[in-house]
Design a protein around this ligand. Structure first.
Ligand code: NAD
Length: 273
C-alpha cells in the first residue's frame, strides 16, 4: 500500500486517531464518505477499481485536503479472500481498523425472465457477500478493542422494490438483514452496525443505468430521469454524496453510539410512500 501523509491542519476532529476502510471509494458515494471521514480526522484506506494514476491523485488530494493518512488497496471484492485481505492489509498498514464502510456495489437492470445469471452472481457477490467477508475479518479485532463502527451502504431498494432490479433489491434487502444481525452481535462490545439507505444519488452508477432503464421500459433518457428516477423521490432532488458522508460521520461519532441495527433512509421521502 502507498501511504500519503500530510501534517494535521484542522482542530475539531472527532475521528482523529481512528482508521477507516471504505470499500468502493474510488468514485461516487464511497469517495464522498471517505472525504467526510478524513475531514473528521480519520486515516482512510480507499479501495476500488480505476486508473492507477487517477487513484494516486485522488489519494494525494484527500491527504492534502484533510491532513490525514490515506492508503489505497485494489482488492477485487468479488473474491472473498481479497475482501478479507483488504482488512488485513489495512490493519497491517495503520495498526487497526476502527471503522468499516461497506459501500462497493454494482447494478444491472433487466426483466427477471432474462436476467443474466452471471450478473445475479456478481451483484450478490459484491453488494452482499463482500460486506459479510469484510465484516467477518474486521469484527474480531473491533470486539477486542471494545469499539467499532460498521456502516453498510444499502439503498432505498433495501426497504422497497422496483421492477427489473431483482438481484440488486435482493442483495440490498440482504444487507439490511446482515446489518441487524451484526448489530446484535456487537451490541455489548461497543460496536455499532447500521445501514444507510439512499434514494437516488447523482453518481456514475446512476448515470450508467439510465440507458438500460430506457431500453427496458422503451422510453427516453429524460423520461427515465423525470418519470422513473425522481418520480419516486418526493423532494425531486438527487441526494448528494456530502449528505451521505455527513451521516456516516455522525454514526461514527460519540453521538451515534446508541444507534445500531437501523436502516436509515436518505431518500427525500421515497420510502414514506
Ligand atoms: P459508483 O459506481 O460511483 O462507485 C462504485 C465503487 O465500487 C467504485 O469505487 C468502484 O470502483 C467500486 N467497485 C466496483 N466493482 C468493484 C469490485 N469488484 N471490487 C472493489 N470495488 C469495486 O457507485 P455509487 O453510486 O457511488 O454506489 C456506491 C454504493 O451506493 C453502492 O453500493 C450502491 O448500490 C449504493 N447506492 C447508490 C445509489 C445511487 O443513486 N448512486 C443509491 C442507493 C444506493
Amino acid at each position: 500500500m502507498n501511504i500519503h501523509a500530510q501534517p494535521m491542519t484542522c482542530t475539531e476532529r472527532m475521528l482523529a486517531g481512528k482508521v477507516a476502510v471504505v470499500t468502493g471509494s474510488t468514485s461516487g458515494i464511497g469517495l464522498g464518505i471517505a472525504h467526510k471521514l478524513a475531514e473528521a480526522g480519520a486515516d482512510v484506506v480507499l479501495n476500488g477499481l480505476g486508473d492507477s494514476d487517477q487513484i494516486e491523485q485522488t489519494c494525494s488530494d484527500l491527504a492534502q485536503a484533510h491532513g490525514t493518512r490515506v492508503a489505497f488497496n485494489r482488492a477485487n471484492l468479488m473474491i472473498a479472500a481479497e475482501a478479507r485481505g483488504l482488512i488485513e492489509q489495512a490493519s497491517a498498514t495503520f495498526g487497526r481498523v476502527d471503522i468499516l464502510v461497506n459501500n462497493a456495489g454494482i447494478q444491472h437492470v433487466s426483466p427477471v425472465e432474462s436476467f443474466p445469471e452471471e450478473k445475479w452472481d456478481a451483484i450478490l457477490a459484491l453488494n452482499l457477500s463482500a460486506a459479510f467477508h469484510a465484516t467477518k475479518a474486521a469484527f474480531g479485532p473491533m470486539k477486542q478493542a471494545g469499539w467499532g463502527r460498521i456502516v453498510n451502504i444499502a439503498s432505498a431498494h433495501g426497504l422497497v422494490a422496483s421492477p427489473f432490479k431483482s438481484a440488486y433489491v435482493a442483495a440490498k434487502h440482504g444487507i439490511a438483514g446482515l446489518t441487524k444481525t451484526v448489530a446484535l452481535e456487537g451490541a455489548e462490545h461497543g460496536i455499532t452496525c447500521n445501514a444507510i439507505c439512499p434514494g437516488y444519488v447523482w453518481t456514475p452508477l446512476v448515470e450508467n443505468q439510465i440507458d438500460d432503464t430506457a431500453r427496458a421500459r422503451g422510453i427516453t433518457r429524460d423520461q427515465v430521469i423525470r418519470d422513473v428516477l425522481l418520480a419516486a423521490q418526493p423532494n425531486k432532488r438527487f441526494v448528494t454524496v456530502e449528505e451521505l458522508g455527513a451521516l456516516a460521520v455522525f454514526l461514527c461519532s460519540p453521538a451515534g453510539q446508541g444507534i445500531t441495527g437501523t436502516a436509515l433512509p436518505v431518500d427525500g421521502g421515497w420510502t414514506a410512500h
